[in-house]
Design a protein around this ligand. Structure first.
Ligand SMILES: Cc1cc2nc3c(=O)[nH]c(=O)nc-3n(C[C@H](O)[C@H](O)[C@H](O)COP(=O)(O)OP(=O)(O)OC[C@H]3O[C@@H](n4cnc5c(N)ncnc54)[C@H](O)[C@@H]3O)c2cc1C
Length: 486
């Protein structure tokens, strides 16, 4: 494999350098290929730049292009793996990728252990208290920020690590301890950072991203309205350009991370015009917190996610500078849909954390609790249900991390859209089932707040609703099959 990469290392790249260049190669027989199995992989010794490497030719049995994958941990060394991009191979035969055995590499597994230790040590002991307070705990957000979790998927030039798989691992492990903290991280990155990172101008990125990626600030995304949820294109909020300012009027509801003391902005979708065909022109606009006319309503009393921040928002002649438009005028709806695909995989990772928590808690309890003189785990009626939890966790893991790898390695938008919908649908519906099983295993104790299964039971339901309901996921999947579903 040595001849696949040539050249000598250059000094570390300038932060915004995008040009690929060669770095020295070290063969690593133990390197884990991107999608498991015996597919070829080479380990390229990093020069610290985390940049693309240049390959002089494709692997002999590689049908497609080759991509790089930077596996990063905050404050750790940076290796760069070079993997065959099997996504290209499966064009036209995508089931290959979706059903192939999938395993994470050593770096990701090490990272998982780091986050799991952190969550167990620094978060778990406080989780009940934070949930009882019914507000997003800034001290927990600071702890997660100090570990670098808000920067895992963000652009490297603004301090991020650019690795979506790592973000999913972090959300899963945090979500296994507490779903509210998991959604706080997920929304902060998926709905807060990503729109600006993907569609922002250089000025917008420079202004907002450093604090968001460092976790010193949170951003929210306001799409849902009282009359526009699944049908997000029906947005009624309007933004009119007057003297180089957007004048926004309307309302949003159920907006996560919109009202904390460190929330710095909310990106909102609004009608900016009507197209020739009569349909609304929808654009996205960054609204800084504290803008006159932009009011954050009281937090909702929710069934679950008690330690997550959710508010209604109103806009009454809120005036925003013209250059706060995010992306192209009229592209706000499309931008949001593309952002949502990544968010759905991240929500699936959160659901996976929930399933694994149920599996762990139910297994422990079934070993300890006795009934009719034996452990309840000896009863097939209990043991078989817990076995089902293991199946759900394993299947959800495959779907989540295959989809995350697609995102990191680059596949077509259509392929990723399908993979994200499948992962979200399966993992979230399984999570709801898993919490029902786990609380049943706990019997009456499962209904008591002092047992975490009760919290997971309350928290799971919204996973089937947020960032696209189960019905919306089924519509997307059915459409990819060519069905004329409405
Ligand atoms: C805790 C929480 C946090 C949230 N955070 C955010 C946020 O940060 N930003 C944001 O913008 N939104 C957020 N949301 C909103 C969330 O994304 C929406 O609630 C969700 O998309 C569903 O929209 P809706 O509530 O208007 O339900 P509706 O769209 O009114 O749907 C009602 C029911 O009808 C079904 N349905 C609708 N259309 C169809 C169809 N064509 N075919 C079949 N069934 C259909 C739905 O699946 C659902 O079961 C949050 C919601 C919650 C509960």
């Amino acid at each position: 494999m040595r001849d696949l990469v040539e050249g000598k290392a250059k000094p570390p790249a300038a932060q915004n350098e995008l040009e690929p260049y060669p770095v020295p190669i070290v063969e690593d027989p133990s390197a884990t290929p991107a999608f498991g199995g015996k597919k070829p992989a080479v380990l390229v010794k990093s020069d610290g730049s985390k940049r693309c490497v240049k390959l002089i030719r494709e692997l002999a049995n590689s049908p497609g292009s080759i991509t790089h994958q930077a596996l990063l941990r905050p404050k750790c060394r940076h290796d760069v793996y070079v993997n065959v991009n099997y996504a290209d191979k499966v064009n036209g035969d995508r089931k290959d990728l979706m059903t192939s055995s999938f395993s994470l590499g050593e770096e990701h597994n090490d990272f998982r252990a780091t986050v799991a230790d952190f969550a167990a040590r620094d978060l778990a002991p406080q989780v009940e208290r934070w949930n009882a307070a019914h507000e997003a705990p800034l001290e927990a957000i600071k702890l997660m920020a100090d570990l670098g979790l808000f920067g895992l998927a963000g652009p490297e030039e603004y301090g991020g690590a650019g690795d979506f798989t790592s973000l999913c691992i972090a959300i899963e492990e945090i979500g296994k301890v507490d779903q509210s903290l998991g959604i706080t991280l997920e929304a902060a990155v998926g709905l807060g950072i990503n729109p600006i990172a993907h569609f922002g101008t250089a000025e917008q990125k420079a202004r907002w991203l450093p604090d968001l990626i460092a976790g010193r600030a949170l951003a929210a995304f306001g799409l849902t309205e009282p009359e526009a949820g699944s049908d997000a294109g029906a947005t009624r909020t309007r933004a009119t350009l007057v003297d180089h300012e957007w004048v926004i009027n309307g309302s949003k509801q159920f907006i996560t991370n919109s009202g904390t003391d460190i929330t710095s902005l909310c990106t909102v979708t609004a009608r900016t015009d009507t197209r020739d065909n009569g349909k609304p022109e929808i654009s996205a606009i960054i609204v800084p917190t504290g803008t006159p006319g932009f009011e954050v309503g009281p937090g909702y009393a929710k069934l679950g996610w008690h330690a997550s921040d959710t508010h209604p928002l109103t806009f009454a002649d809120a005036r925003i500078p013209e250059d706060h438009l995010l992306g192209e005028r009229g592209q706000g709806y499309q931008q949001f849909l593309s952002i949502l695909d990544g968010g759905r995989v991240a929500i699936a990772a959160l659901a996976l954390g929930c399933i694994r928590a149920c599996l762990e808690l139910a297994t422990q309890y079934a070993m300890q609790r006795t009934s009719f003189g034996v452990q309840i785990g000896r009863k097939q009626g209990v043991a078989f249900q817990i076995a089902d939890l293991d199946v759900m966790a394993s299947a959800a893991h495959q779907l989540v991390y295959a989809a995350a790898a697609m995102r990191d390695h680059g596949v077509s938008a259509q392929e990723f859209n399908r993979a994200a919908a499948i992962a979200k649908l399966y993992a979230t519906e399984s999570a709801v089932t898993a919490t029902r099983i786990a609380t049943q295993v706990f019997g009456g104790y499962g209904f008591m707040e002092e047992y975490p299964v009760a919290r997971f039971y309350r928290d799971a339901k919204v996973l089937e609703i947020g960032e696209g309901t189960s019905e919306v996921q089924r519509i997307l999947i059915a459409r990819r099959l060519g069905l004329p579903v409405e």
